[in-house]
Design a protein around this ligand. Structure first.
Ligand code: IDP
Ligand code: MG
Length: 149
């Protein structure tokens, strides 16, 4: 089953949106495999955002993501990566569709509340970065057969 890394970024934690974001992913039908509150170190931020080194927003991005506690989660499901990305909405929150997390609760790209892995390779890499080899729980959910046929 596909897994994806989701972060509630520091603005989401500060604004009291952790529960709201978890609720949306839960209600969508995805399954939680791991969850922790933590503060990202600069080293972890640099590893996580390695693909963005050299971009104009990189320094501000590392500053932002390390500026306060975050909630790191692993969500599981068929096509979980794409489903999370759709549920989050566009990166530029100002243009994100209403009904998405970013479109309902955020107004700009630099304070867009959530992270979700963008592909299978980055998901595997990011889940490893935040949760290592353990810390994840695979479990049977009684409602699984009411969510997928
Ligand atoms: P994503 O988070 O939707 O995958 P990416 O392009 O991977 O978007 O960018 C990573 C993060 O970097 C964004 O979520 C946002 O926090 C930040 N970011 C991207 N582009 C900009 C920008 O132009 N200004 C400020 N922050 C940006
Ligand atoms: Mg990305």
């Amino acid at each position: 089953m596909e897994q994806t890394l989701v972060l509630v970024k520091p603005d989401g934690v500060q604004r009291g949106l952790v529960g709201e974001i978890i609720t949306r992913l839960e209600r969508r039908g995805l399954k939680l495999n791991g969850l922790k509150l933590m503060q990202m170190t600069r080293e972890l931020a640099e590893a996580h955002y390695a693909a963005h080194v050299g971009k104009a927003f990189y320094a501000g991005l590392v500053e932002y993501i390390t500026s306060g506690p975050i909630v790191a989660m692993v969500w599981e499901g068929k096509d979980a990566i794409a489903i999370v990305r759709k549920t989050m909405g566009a990166t530029n929150a100002g243009a994100a569709e209403p009904g998405t997390i970013r479109g309902d609760f955020a107004v700009e790209i630099g304070r867009n509340l959530v992270h979700g892995s963008d592909g299978a390779e980055s998901a595997a890499r990011e889940v490893g970065l935040f949760f290592g080899d353990d810390g994840l729980v695979s479990w049977e959910r009684a409602t699984d057969r009411w969510i997928r046929e």
